[in-house]
Design a protein around this ligand. Structure first.
Ligand code: NOJ
Length: 740
């Protein structure tokens, strides 16, 4: 104990000393800076790689860097390019290094499953590892800073960026946010294989009205604090270096100019010490919002509200000097922003060695590290959700004589990569494993794999149907790969109709008519509505976009080398008319039941209120039995805990993993409480016949919520505890009481 205490004191002492010395170094640089140089640090421009927003034409960037008028670049890839920019920065008066930022959202060269897919794994270690590898590769490629993780809660699958987050739930979202921050930032910022993470988009961007990207958000404080803010708070607690604000207005105030969000909550209540970058052009977009008259007012509003760096809009560059001279913006605000930015440059070690991340040899090594592909394959397999498996059609035998692999997504390489893939200059796409290649490599020598495209992803052309039907007729089993194109979900990719595009479901219908068993692989960046497929295909794997190892991972699952374990982190609606639909809804005064009784209750007269697939749902090749639920007590005092245990047994014939979910319901609250809220989960691996007893701890914190005055705390009374395999597949329910 003594030793641990001593060690703790030493660590605290070293941290304080390091902070002190960094602060001193920051101040010593700040003292030397002119106002123009300070404002320069607050600007970030786009470089020449693919633009991820409307570009401001500027042929003068190099001289601005030389004059110390730029703090950061984005979309600047590779050690050669970053080195050449940093060389220019080193010609500036104070030699302040540039920061290179990039959207490394689901991998750098090695592409991982899109974040929503990865969230299906509920596997925090795997998610951390994927971010770790992305950071290792990106930092080797000269990048200091990723604009990830996106921690926006999203409950509307029409919104294209639903693919980029962790789904609908604040608890799961917070755990995943923490894992991703840890993965990106590694053990310490400044390690050569770490990058700064960036929690975005602050805040509530995912609640855009109608699912339309960049749209307004109108939301109560309760919803904001209870559902949309927790993953951001988790990111702060995990030590995240930066935040990005968002395009949307919230309750009439653009997030970029929102002091309540950035000053009161983030830098005030949460004591966030990193810096905030605007979203692309979002400072200037406040003019379009109708909240400020011109760029001058936009810059004033953003800097006052706590936006430290202007991504691409040029309003800081064009107006901040004038604003400071006119005493509209106090110098202390500028100094605070610049200090925050310089501090990160020091923490990254860039003042000591500006070229630390520009090592071409390391770049080559890390971008060709075979371990990365192996990890990507494992994580991709963990992200595939088995939605349906009638009569144990899956897994397939590797000795199946003839397999027909049909559909527009069988052969493509890049489609597997998803929206935010990075096409690195000089790297071709051949390292991506197509679905065809994955399956082809898996099957035995005696098996034949046949192919037909059938149709395109979009359009009405059915000319390929006869060929596809003929191919299916020759096979013992058909695998059909359909879904969205990779650019159909993502930024600015909202869709009002989220059913399967084109004639792909008709192709399925034609194939089913052959009488052959058809396994559907559904590739998408969002929950789609696909009732025909869901009701008629005997087996469905939701494969999302799985990244560069997609083909191998799909084959691993199809042929049973990996038993699917993923569960949905977002509700799948049965109709677009149900959106928004999420599991943690209120009961209402007139709760609906699925008994076709529409007698003045909260239901639809023409549609079930239940989703097609609920939050937490996902099948396995094996079966799990839940038994022996035990609560250590039935009454709990404040600051006390209840230990909950439950035994899980693998009763099937495959080794597999189960995600055991714990939900709570506060029966009576001063503010109405949801019918259930996820409060804990555990993913356990069991061999056939094996069982394990797992424990959960219920404490005050798990029972707490924000009351009407936005005070966080638990209220005495009765609670239900539910343990299950999904939000609807509840295996045990018990009650307990919290007493004063
Ligand atoms: C706009 C997006 O909203 C943001 O997430 C991204 O990081 C920036 N563009 C930079 O590409």
């Amino acid at each position: 104990m003594r030793k641990i205490l001593c060690l703790w004191f030493v660590i605290v002492f070293i941290t304080i000393a390091q902070n002190k010395s960094i602060n001193q170094r920051v101040d010593s640089v700040l003292q030397l800076m002119t106002l123009e140089e300070k404002i320069g640090q607050m600007n970030q421009y786009n470089d020449d790689w693919k633009a991820t927003g409307p570009v401001t034409v500027d042929n003068d960037k190099a001289s601005q860097v030389r004059n110390g008028q730029l703090g950061s670049l984005l979309n600047c890839l590779g050690t050669e390019r970053t080195r050449s920019w940093q060389t220019i920065a080193m010609q500036s008066r104070l030699k302040i290094p540039l920061l290179f930022g990039q959207d490394v959202i689901h991998g750098y060269k090695t592409t991982f499953p899109i974040p929503l897919a990865e969230a299906c794994s509920w596997d925090l270690e795997a998610i951390e590892l994927s971010a770790r590898i992305a950071a290792t590769e990106a930092s080797a490629g000269g990048i200091h800073w990723t604009f990830a993780p996106m921690v926006d809660i999203a409950r509307d699958p029409r919104w294209g960026r639903v693919m980029e987050g962790a789904g609908e739930d604040p608890y799961l979202g917070s755990m995943i946010a923490t894992a991703r921050v840890r993965g990106f930032q590694g053990k310490t910022l400044g390690a050569v294989n770490s990058v700064m993470a960036c929690a975005k988009h602050f805040a509530a961007y995912g609640a855009a009205i109608g699912g339309r990207d960049y749209n307004s958000v109108d939301m109560s404080d309760r919803l904001l604090w209870e559902v949309y803010l927790p993953p951001f708070k988790a990111a702060v607690d995990a030590g995240i270096a930066t935040f990005m604000n968002s395009f949307n207005d919230i309750n009439g105030v653009p997030a970029t100019g929102n002091s309540y969000l950035q000053r009161d909550i983030l830098k005030g209540a949460w004591k966030f010490e990193g810096f905030v970058v605007s979203d692309w052009g979002s400072i200037g977009e406040m003019i379009n919002h109708g909240n400020v008259k011109n760029g001058y007012e936009a810059a004033l509003s953003a800097v006052t509200a706590g936006s430290d760096m202007d991504m691409e809009s040029r309003n800081y560059k064009n107006h901040l000097t004038q604003l400071v001279t006119a005493k509209k913006v106090p110098m202390t605000l500028i100094d605070d922003a610049v200090r925050r930015i310089l501090r990160k440059k020091f923490e990254l070690g860039l003042f000591d060695d500006p070229f630390k991340y520009c090592n071409a040899e390391r770049e080559q090594q890390e971008l060709n590290n075979p371990d990365h592909a192996n990890s990507a394959r494992e994580i991709a397999a963990k992200s595939i959700v088995l939605l349906k498996n009638d009569n144990h059609l899956l897994p397939l035998s590797k000795k199946t004589k003839t397999i027909a692999f049909i559909g527009p997504l069988v052969m493509p390489l890049k489609q597997n990569k998803g929206f935010w893939d990075i096409e690195l200059p000089g790297v071709d796409s051949n390292f991506i494993v197509s679905q065809w290649e994955g399956v082809k490599n898996k099957i035995g020598a005696g098996s034949t794999l046949l192919y037909a495209k059938g149709c395109e992803i979009e359009g009405n052309n059915k000319e390929g149907f006869p060929e596809a039907v003929k191919t299916a007729a020759k096979a013992d089993v058909v695998i059909l790969s359909i879904g969205e194109r990779r650019d159909m979900s993502g930024e600015a990719k909202s869709r009002s109709d989220i059913s399967i595009p084109g004639v792909q479901e008709e192709l399925l219908q034609a194939l089913l008519a052959t009488g052959k068993p058809v396994i559907v692989l559904m590739n998408a960046g969002r929950p789609l509505v696909f009732n025909y497929t869901a009701d008629n295909a005997p087996a469905i794997l939701y494969t999302w976009w799985l990244g560069s190892e997609a083909g191998n991972a799909i084959a691993d699952v199809l042929f049973g080398d990996y038993t699917p374990s993923a569960k949905l982190p977002i509700t799948f609606p049965r109709s677009i008319g149900q959106i928004p639909i999420y599991y943690s809804h209120f009961n209402t005064g007139r709760p609906a039941h699925n008994d076709n009784n529409h007698n003045y209750n909260s239901s639809y007269t023409d549609l079930s209120i239940y989703p097609k697939y609920e939050f937490g749902y996902g099948l396995s090749y094996t079966t799990f039995q839940y038994s022996n639920l035990h609560l250590s007590k039935k009454t709990m005092a404040r600051n006390d805990t209840i230990e909950v245990s439950v035994t899980i047994a693998n009763t099937g014939t495959y080794a597999g993993e189960e995600i055991v979910q714990l939900y709570l319901r506060d029966k009576v609250g001063s503010i109405v409480r949801p019918v259930k809220e996820l409060k804990d989960f555990k993913k356990i691996k069991l061999l056939p016949g094996e069982s394990n007893t797992i424990q959960f701890i219920i404490d005050d914190e798990k029972l707490s919520f924000y009351n009407q005055q936005l005070h966080w705390g638990a209220e005495p009374g009765d609670f239900d505890i539910m343990i299950g395999a999904s939000s609807e597949d509840i295996r045990f329910q018990e009650s307990f009481e919290l007493i004063q």
